[in-house]
Design a protein around this ligand. Structure first.
Ligand code: SF4
Length: 386
């Protein structure tokens, strides 16, 4: 199998999007965010292209101006705001990163990471924005990001993309990345003008390979079984395939859809109204409970009588056992394992602190217990935004 890193990442986030994009190859118009990112990447490539003449700040701003396409934006105002942001980003970038200060080895360069699974050789492919050679002979891989939010250093240290880039660069320039000659991978956040860097140990890289092997196996299985479930995630709002996705396509239906002679919109309307009534009744119930409790405290009562019956206040006690004492009693009897139960929340917390290889093993141990569907309601805001 030959798969790009971005396809792998897409699969992990949402298998259905992966299918639409990489198997069905459905063409979609470029989003304004993608157009914005592509233009900035092109400007940075021109800026850092090795050559005798160093582009000036004016050259770069002119490039942005000449290639700005207002068609991606819904209004002139939106386009003007995005353009002003692009100019600001490039000005700040230029001030902090004068091109002659860097020894650029490659720009927008392809890479491959060979992954051996049993007898088969697989490849992860991709493109790296920039590779620099630093003064001490080490290499630095730089990937530009246009994201609004910056991740924590901890997240960057665990970032799979950077680990894969590390493997790709080591594969492409083995003599330049031999042990002892450092290799740093960095994410440059253009909207913040900040760079976060990380390095990887041989153990980290072995864990990355193990995790990628697992991903390859999952993708192969999904392809064999033709199972690509939609998986809602934080990036759905920017997904180009919403019109084909079961979680979003109803939003785009212009004509009303009828089900058992009932208007679906009327069903949703009634469901929403009932939910609202339940919320209001819950709130009122809480107020009544608080008032009655207050009255009981005041009068020293534990039961109140009304025309329709009476209400009793009861103290509920919940106990927990001291686990060490229990263990001391049950372990010698061989019954300690019988009372142990895996606590999902605690397990997640503990797993987060474990090395990637151990986390992968824990993931492997996860089995589907039961599956059912629930309905959840997300109310629209007045502005109609989500
Ligand atoms: S909208 Fe979300 S759930 Fe649907 S295909 Fe896109 S990423 Fe997947």
């Amino acid at each position: 199998m030959r798969i790009s890193y971005s396809a792998l990442e897409t699969f992990k986030r949402c298998p259905l999007k992966f299918k639409f994009q990489y198997i069905d190859k459905i063409k979609t118009p470029k989003s304004k965010e993608a157009a914005f990112g592509t233009l900035l990447h092109s400007a940075l490539k021109i800026l850092h292209e090795p050559g005798l003449i160093i582009p000036t700040e004016e050259d770069i701003l002119k490039f942005i101006n000449d290639n700005w396409d207002t068609a991606y934006y819904s209004s002139e105002q939106e386009s003007a705001m995005a353009f002003a942001q692009a100019i600001k980003i490039m000005k700040e970038y230029y001030a902090k990163n004068y091109p002659a200060d860097f020894n650029v080895l490659a720009l927008e360069t392809p890479f491959e990471v060979p992954i051996q699974i049993r007898q088969e050789l697989h490849l992860i492919t991709g493109k790296i924005d920039r590779v620099d050679k630093t003064a001490d002979g080490a290499l630095e891989v730089i990937d530009y990001k246009t994201a609004k939010k910056m991740p924590s250093q901890e997240a960057v240290d665990k970032d799979l993309q950077l680990a894969v880039y590390h493997l790709g660069v080591a594969n492409r320039w083995p003599s330049l990345t031999q042990e002892g000659r450092g290799l740093k991978t960095s994410l440059y956040f253009l909207k913040h003008g900040e760079k976060l860097s990380t390095t990887r140990t041989p153990q980290d890289l072995a864990a990355t390979k193990a995790s990628v092997i697992k991903d390859f196996e999952i993708i192969s299985r999904a392809a064999k079984e033709a199972k690509f479930p939609p998986t809602p995630n934080a990036l759905c709002d920017w997904c180009e395939f919403q019109k084909s996705c079961p979680y979003f396509k109803h939003k785009f239906k212009e004509a009303k859809i009828f089900f058992n002679d009932q208007d679906v919109k009327a069903l949703i309307g009634e469901y929403t109204k009932l939910n609202q009534e339940i919320d209001e009744r819950d709130k009122r119930l809480k107020e009544l409970k608080a008032d009655m409790s207050k009255f009981m405290d005041q009068e020293g009562l534990e039961r109140l009588f009304g025309d329709d019956g009476y209400i009793t206040r009861q103290a509920i006690q919940r106990f927990k056992y001291d686990s060490e004492t229990l263990r001391a009693i049950l372990e010698p009897l061989g019954r300690w394992q019988d009372v142990l139960k895996v606590d999902d929340v605690r397990l997640k917390k503990v797993a987060k602190e474990l090395p990637a290889a151990k986390r992968a093993k824990i993931e492997e141990a996860r089995k589907l217990d039961k599956e059912y569907k629930i309905l959840s309601l997300k109310k629209s805001t007045k502005s109609g935004k989500k």
